[in-house]
Design a protein around this ligand. Structure first.
Ligand code: DGL
Length: 266
């Protein structure tokens, strides 16, 4: 990618937000609130959903192809991979391939262990995210003195998509997926659950209502938005309002109607 000229640097940035579906809406919401002046493109690779059940090599090739095309089509200044599964599997390959700043989304294990009073946390993600070496390395590096249970869910991302489409899963189905997060052992209970899939904050209220006890549900979106703001600090706010964010579904389906999108700032 060319280095932006002084002229380009004085214009508001174009930010591309990417996920396998609507999970990245929860990250988009925070970024847009922090940089409302930017031009936004949201790409949902729903033709390949769910990422959490894809083999690693296919997923890396797919993400590189979709992002490569998006760079050609939209010339973004920064790309947010608003997907834990894609980040832990493909972020290194993306950075090696494209000379454009990427902000990834990786399980918030460090802050969760730092804030936990009981020193017992759970990491709730897709099967792919919890089984990846990237996640295991985060635990080795940042979880010392804290017990971590990894919980991979094959179904929750689909439940989140369904929730937003107006067909919510049952309480019993949701309770069954989150149940392994709740460990009560040696007089210490789980007190923090890392939401290690961007789809899951769409279900936080559902989680709270079926959880066996109260815990903190840690959403990484505010930290991601802070990182984006930091990386774009030299790009001034625009005087004129930005264009409406563009949403692209790789399946070709039309985005949800305005009512469903409004809470996310689209
Ligand atoms: N939103 C994605 C994540 O953060 C995953 C959902 C999927 O399996 O596609 O991991």
């Amino acid at each position: 990618m060319p280095i932006p000229s002084a002229q380009e640097k004085s214009s508001p940035p174009t930010i591309l937000v990417f996920d396998s579906g609507v999970g990245g809406f929860t990250v988009f919401r925070e970024i847009k609130a922090a940089r409302p002046d930017a031009r936004y493109i949201y790409i949902a690779d729903d033709a390949f959903f769910p990422y959490g059940l894809q083999p690693e090599d296919r997923l890396v090739a797919r993400v590189i192809a979709v992002i490569g095309q998006a760079i050609q089509d939209y010339t973004p200044d920064l790309i947010v991979i608003a997907c834990n599964t894609a980040s832990v599997i493909a972020l290194a390959a993306l950075r090696a391939r494209f000379a454009i700043p990427f902000v990834g989304t990786v399980p918030a294990i460090k802050p969760a262990c730092a804030q936990s009073q009981t020193k017992r946390i759970a990491v709730l993600g897709t099967l792919a995210t919890v089984s990846r070496e990237y996640t295991h390395a985060l635990i080795r590096e940042f979880a010392s003195g804290c017990d971590v249970v990894l919980v991979g869910s094959p179904r929750l991302a689909g439940f989140a998509e369904a929730q937003l489409a107006g067909t919510p899963a049952s309480d019993a189905d949701i309770a069954a997926e989150i149940a392994p997060c709740f460990v009560d052992k040696d007089g210490r209970r789980t007190d923090t659950v890392v939401l290690a899939c961007t789809h899951y904050p769409l279900l936080t209220e559902r989680f709270r209502s079926v959880a066996p006890w109260a815990v903190d549900w840690l959403d990484p979106a505010p930290a991601i938005a802070r990182r984006v703001v930091h990386l774009l600090h030299d790009r001034p706010a625009a005087a004129t309002p930005p264009p409406k964010p563009l949403i692209v579904f790789t399946s070709g389906r039309t985005p949800p109607d305005g009512g469903a999108l409004a809470p996310f700032g689209f």
